[in-house]
Design a binder for this molecule. Structure first.
Ligand code: FAD
Ligand code: 2HG
Ligand code: ZN
Length: 478
């Protein structure tokens, strides 16, 4: 009998239900499910359950409820906020969706994909591409992040500026609720005003209201032309002015508009293989802009060249490189997508995934930089992000050679310093990564009163025993 907190009859019932590959109890097998991508949290679990069907998932949840066992839903385990990591008590089970990994259907008339939660975002994108379609959600973790995780966190990413967050893309959903019942709202309708949109409640709930098992996702026709450019700009205001210039020309053509500070870019150039700066010299900041069009002619190239030409004349852009092939396009994107990895390699970092109104971004970056440099001399302020959405990853990397633990011990001081400025500007302390366990302490002061109260009432109504992902979103002491 393995050494686990699970009562013997529950363990036997789960083994019978899930089969030998559906339940892991040895620490050597469960360890990787109990730590997060950032290595900020090291939890423990009684077992990892790996149901292969919704029915098995529902039965496993019902059994856990019967025995009062907490459950932590997990997809690709790429959470930036410790959302999928169990606590250190070892009493919870992780419920991993990775074996629910079928693409069920692609519908060309409705432009939808019906897909199980454990399919990686990349596999779903590739399946759409094979059919000449596009799943318009793109995040750097897409090779590991799953459809279920992407919906549970309402992921944003690089194409939000054009197509919205995960929330805007999900038409239907199936989920196992915290009592083991199955919520089936798997409709593929663009119009359906029949009471509460329950799928939207599950989306962004970070595993606290149930386990998403299947979804209907909207697709788009695959663009027939694309233009991608990396531009050097003098400052954040120039980046924003460049965005406004492109938007004035053709807002529908902007597929992505990403900002990278000089500090953050330098980390990528120096720490990641094959990511040298493809411009003649370093700049204070950079923009990666991608345009896309359903037309196959050269009108998009004209749009890109003319807009950049004007931007050069106005002094907004000092240098730029245009991708001349798909290989070059991917090389430019790699530079952007490796920002998180480069910062991980640079040492400990504190992430502030914030959003502010667009016009305030330059003021925000200037003030927050000064405040953080004042707080911790030598700190490397390395912001980047989805500037077209007002979403800046205002990340703070430890001073070179500093002690990582000592730096991280000041994480709340850094987060609160940044958040204070974000609050004054009318922004949010978490734009796309969620609350997880990292930011629960901020909820009462940011989302207090009727807002947090209502969230708590919804949670209590669906999960009265607080067994579904406890310790996430809501602060423990509440
Ligand atoms: P997990 O990490 O496994 O879980 C995340 C949360 O969702 C947890 O609370 C978990 O309990 C819950 N959950 C997981 N699966 C389910 C399910 N089936 N049902 C219910 N709850 C579930 N995020 C962005 O928004 N935009 C980005 O650009 C972006 N880039 C990233 C780049 C890197 C390198 C990394 C490491 C992360 C990035 N993220 C980004 C954060 C992360 O990848 C996303 O939040 C992603 O959506 C999480 O998916 P996952 O499958 O890994 O979920
Ligand atoms: C991205 O945009 C991700 O690359 C990761 O959201 C952000 O590392 C981060 O803080
Ligand atoms: Zn991001």
């Amino acid at each position: 009998m393995p050494d686990t907190f699970l009562p013997a009859p529950l363990l036997t019932a789960l083994q019978d239900l899930l089969g030998p590959s559906g339940i892991l109890t040895e620490t050597s097998d469960t360890q990787s499910y109990c730590t997060d991508w950032r290595m900020l949290y090291q939890g423990k679990c009684a077992a990892v359950l790996r149901p292969a069907t919704t029915e098995a998932c529902a039965k496993a949840v019902a059994l856990c409820v019967q025995y009062g066992v907490p459950m932590v839903p997990q997809g690709g385990n790429t959470s930036m906020v410790g959302g999928a990591t169990p606590d250190t008590s070892g009493k919870a089970v992780v419920i991993s969706t990775t074996r629910m990994n079928r693409i069920i259907a692609i519908d060309h008339a409705d432009l939808t994909m019906t897909v199980e939660a454990g399919v990686t975002l990349k596999a779903a994108q590739d399946a759409a591409l094979k059919e000449g379609l596009m799943l318009p959600l793109s995040i750097s973790s897409e090779g590991s992040a799953d459809i279920g995780g992407v919906l549970a966190t309402n992921a944003g990413g690089n194409n939000t500026v054009r197509y919205g967050n995960a929330r805007e893309l999900a038409l239907g959903l199936e989920a196992v609720l915290p009592d083991g019942s199955v919520l089936n709202v798997m409709r593929k309708l663009r119009k359906d005003n029949t009471g509460y949109a329950l799928r939207q409640l599950l989306i962004g709930s970070e595993g606290t209201l149930g386990i998403i098992t299947t979804a209907v996702i909207q697709l788009q026709p695959q663009p027939r032309s694309r233009e991608t450019a990396l531009c050097a700009v003098q400052n954040t205001q120039a980046a924003l002015d460049l965005f406004a210039t492109f938007r004035k020309q053709d807002p529908a053509a902007i597929q992505a508009f990403e900002y990278m500070s000089g500090t953050s870019m330098a980390l990528v150039n120096s720490l990641i293989e094959n990511c040298a700066l493809p411009l003649s010299e370093p700049a204070p900041a950079y923009v990666l802009v991608e345009l896309a069009s359903p037309r196959a002619d050269d009108s998009l190239r004209t749009l890109m060249e003319e807009t950049l030409g004007t931007a050069f004349e106005n002094g907004l852009v000092s240098d730029a490189v245009l991708a001349e092939s798909e290989t070059q396009r991917q090389a430019l994107w790699m530079i952007r997508e490796e920002h998180a990895e480069a910062q991980k390699r640079a040492g400990a970092s504190v992430k502030n995934d914030v959003s502010v109104p667009l016009a305030t971004i330059p003021d925000f970056i200037e003030r927050a930089t000064a405040a953080c440099e004042n707080l911790i001399p030598g700190i490397r302020v390395a912001p980047f992000g989805h500037i077209g959405d007002g979403n800046i990853h205002f990340n703070l990397v430890q001073p070179e050679g500093a002690d990582a633990a000592a730096f991280l011990a000041q994480d709340h001081a850094m987060m609160d310093t940044v958040a204070g400025i974000v609050r004054e500007l009318g922004g949010s302390f978490s734009a796309e990564h969620g609350v997880g366990q990292l930011k629960t302490y901020m909820m009462p002061s940011w989302r207090g009163g009727a807002e947090l109260d209502s969230m708590r009432k919804i949670k209590a109504a669906l999960d009265p025993k607080n067994l579904m992902n406890p310790g996430k979103i809501f602060p423990d002491a509440e």
